[in-house]
Design a binder for this molecule. Structure first.
Ligand code: NOJ
Length: 731
């Protein structure tokens, strides 16, 4: 910029000093015009966050390359980072000329159908940069800057060219300081891996060639910067495009889009270099790319940039979408005491289901999942989603569900044959709706799935389209989805709140059968800062018996109290209590917490935590003044101190008559001044002094006392331990 100012001044000087003295007025006008153009152009290519601390600048290189820089508190935190694409017929990485800019401010509050909080504030400033490529192609880039990060997406307006075949996306993030990133490799099957910390230093050597390797990472990545700040890089609103992956090359984090695959495919010889990544029909908007940047971990976790970038809810009547806990004929199959297929140990029988449903009713659990109720489990070749096994009486169970007020969670395992499933989608969802089923757990067990386009990565463009089609079809039939083997969530639940939960995680089931013996204690203390930041997780907490006599080399690395803590630390509006009724009854007093804990929240706070060590969350139950606190630790014992000051947080819960008020002013100004100090009955479920995940996992104490917001609670968590606490307001 300094150089351009210098050259502009030299031009003006030359012009003024020229022999032409006749028309001084003309010159003054010219200079005026140049300065107006110059300054308006300069100021409009940068946009700051509403609080002014974060500034994003759109920038261009001499050859018309496009990129951006970001600074915070006047320090450059992202140096010039390229933007653009490679397409089948040309590079859209340079040769651009800026033809216009537009700016907008935005501030609003919207109400969630369910979530970690009821109201979400969306405050950002926007810059739209319109570009014309030397080929005539038009492309806009829409930037949004929030107080806690920034986002952008590419827009291709309607124009002469009608389609685009994208072979690479050039989006990069050149962080200026050393950093470490929590991530999993991009080819981690179903995202079910242990997240690890890797160096993300700008000084890392360049990688050989262009091909992604195992160093390529799944999106998202969570970053710990050398100066103690935090970052989270991910994408939002992925509906018709391949999922992004990220890799480091030449000091920058770069984008690798999941490619289309061409058959025949031999697993290890997947041809991925220069393959097509996306087929795009214009007009088109890519998903958002976003980076959260915060000074503290609680702020990182509280960021709602991803949800704000998704489209508002498209489902008009959402009254049928209900957060709830559920149990299931499920863990028995994973610990191998039951089978999915029909036989002597068949799990999903009418009799078992009735027993589970009656248990659920007695303990206030909203629904029961049944896996293996339908034909096809013998060979996984063709699942029949509308024909039950002979020992499953759908009509009877559906009537029972009605009379008990306990729902059946349906299960559709496709074995990765998405094409087969998609073919009959309407009929399948109609069948489930007719049987009163309002939630379906879908499954795609196959590292490469078969879509209508042949064998594809599930997170490639074709897979992404399939999953969206399922969500939309389910919505038509008033059915919510709990998607297993999904594409990493990107906040679509704002638009389709019937997409309630997803797996995409190395969940509890690994503790039943994994050949490595089960996930280490650390695993659960990483997830709230990585996978779960991308959206609700169906981890399936709540194992109450850790030894598995059938697979004795494997076990759950946790204490019973750690399992309770997960119900608060891991967010999902469909929260599964995964163990068997008889195991729960072995610790009926501890099970009371699972009975009571809600899964829909008014507000949520990370009280304390360190990625990979421990975390403590506090959440206010939606629609009440009750709070729940959960803590979990890794293999280290830890004492945490929890000031209960959050009990004083202005409650966004509206008026006492239950009337919902979305008005921000009223929302945040409710004050407790002058009111009587509320007192709470606190029930604390904590590890006993000698508890230890390895030696005494079942040792716990339950204590009750009265507290107010002025109190501070100290809790010791055992190795692999945790705690849970319920704070009920005294009337
Ligand atoms: C894998 C899923 O994660 C698990 O929950 C399910 O039980 C099996 N697939 C069978 O569908």
């Amino acid at each position: 910029m300094i150089l351009s100012v210098f050259f502009a001044c030299m031009r003006i000087k030359q012009y003024l000093c020229s022999g032409n003295q006749r028309n001084i007025m003309k010159k003054i006008l010219f200079i005026g015009l140049v300065s107006i153009l110059f300054f308006s152009c300069q100021s409009s290519t940068e946009v700051s966050s509403p609080d002014g601390t974060l500034i994003l600048r759109f920038a261009q290189t001499e050859d018309g390359g496009i990129g951006y820089r970001v600074s915070r508190d006047n320090n450059e935190i992202i140096a010039f980072s390229p933007l653009g694409f490679l397409t089948e017929d040309q590079s859209l990485g340079n040769g651009f000329c800026m033809v216009g800019t537009k700016k907008k401010k935005h501030s609003s509050v919207w109400e969630t159908v369910w979530g970690e909080e009821r109201f979400i504030e969306d405050r950002h400033n926007e810059l739209l940069v319109s570009l014309r490529h030397e080929s005539g192609m038009l492309m806009d880039i829409e930037f949004r800057v929030f107080d806690d990060g920034f986002a952008f997406r590419y827009l291709f307006p309607e124009q002469e060219k009608k389609t685009l075949t994208i072979t690479d996306e050039l989006t990069a993030y050149r962080f200026t300081q050393d950093a470490e990133a929590w991530s999993i490799p991009w080819r981690t099957e179903y995202y079910e891996g242990l997240w690890q910390k890797r160096n993300l230093s700008p000084a890392l050597p360049s990688r050989e060639g262009d091909e992604p390797t195992q160093d390529t990472l799944c999106s998202p990545v969570t970053i710990e910067f050398a100066d103690g700040m935090y970052g989270f890089v991910h994408e939002a609103a992925l509906t018709d495009y391949p999922a992004q992956n990220l890799y480091v090359r030449e000091g920058a984090l770069r984008t690798y889009l999941t490619p289309w695959l061409r058959e025949p495919i031999k697993n290890e010889e997947l041809k991925i270099k220069n393959e097509v990544k996306a087929y795009v029909e214009l007009p088109f908007a890519t998903p958002w790319r976003f980076v959260v940047l915060t000074k503290t971990l609680p702020e990182l976790v509280a960021s709602r940039i991803m949800l704000n970038l998704n489209e508002p809810c498209k489902i008009e009547d959402t009254s049928w979408i209900r957060p709830m806990k559920f149990m299931g004929i499920w863990w028995g199959m994973h610990i191998k005491t039951m089978t999915w297929e029909q036989g002597p140990n068949h799990g999903a029988t009418t009799e078992n289901m009735e027993r589970y449903m009656r248990f659920a009713k007695e303990h206030g659990i909203g629904a029961v999942l049944a896996e293996g109720w339908n034909k096809g489990w013998e060979d996984w070749k063709h699942f029949d989603f509308t024909t039950p096994y002979d020992d499953w009486d759908m009509e009877y169970l559906s009537r029972l569900a009605d009379s008990l007020g306990v729902q059946i969670v349906g299960h559709n395992e496709t074995g990765g044959n998405a094409a087969d499933y998609e073919k009959d989608l309407d009929a399948i969802y109609r069948y489930h709706e007719a049987n009163g089923i309002r939630v379906i757990k879908t499954g795609y067990v196959a590292p490469i799935i078969r879509t209508v386009d042949g064998l594809q990565w599930n997170k490639g463009q074709s897979g992404v389209r399939h999953y969206r089609k399922v969500i939309e079809t389910a919505a038509k039939y008033h059915i919510a989805i709990d998607n297993h083997e999904p594409v990493m969530p990107t906040g679509l639940q704002r638009t389709y709140p019937n997409l309630m939960s997803q797996e995409g995680v190395r969940g509890q089931e690994w503790n039943a059968w994994s050949t490595d013996g089960g996930s280490p204690c650390e695993h659960v203390t990483v997830l709230p800062f990585t996978r779960i930041m991308a959206g609700p997780v169906d981890y399936t907490p709540g194992v109450f018996r850790f030894e598995n006599s059938i697979i004795p080399t494997t076990r759950v690395h946790s204490t019973l109290m750690n399992q309770l803590g997960l119900f608060v630390c891991f967010y999902s509006p469909l929260q599964m209590a995964c163990d068997l009724p008889e195991h729960y009854m072995e610790h009926a007093d501890a099970f009371r917490f699972i009975e009571n804990v809600p899964c829909d929240w008014e507000q949520s706070i990370l009280v304390d935590g360190k990625i990979g060590d421990f975390c403590v969350f506090a959440r206010q139950e939606r629609g009440t003044d009750n709070w729940y606190i959960g803590g979990i630790t890794d293999e280290e014992t830890r004492e945490v101190t929890i000031p209960l000051t959050f009990l004083n947080n202005p409650s966004p819960i509206c008026s006492t008559d239950g009337h919902r008020q979305s008005d921000r002013a009223e929302l945040f100004t409710r004050s407790r001044e002058g009111e009587k100090v509320p007192r709470y009955t606190a029930t604390l479920y904590r590890d006993a002094e000698d508890a230890d995940w390895e030696t005494r996992p079942y040792a716990y104490n339950i204590e009750e006392r009265e507290v107010t917001a002025d109190d501070t609670i100290r809790v010791r968590m055992a190795p692999g331990g945790g705690f849970a606490m319920e704070l009920k307001i005294n009337q």
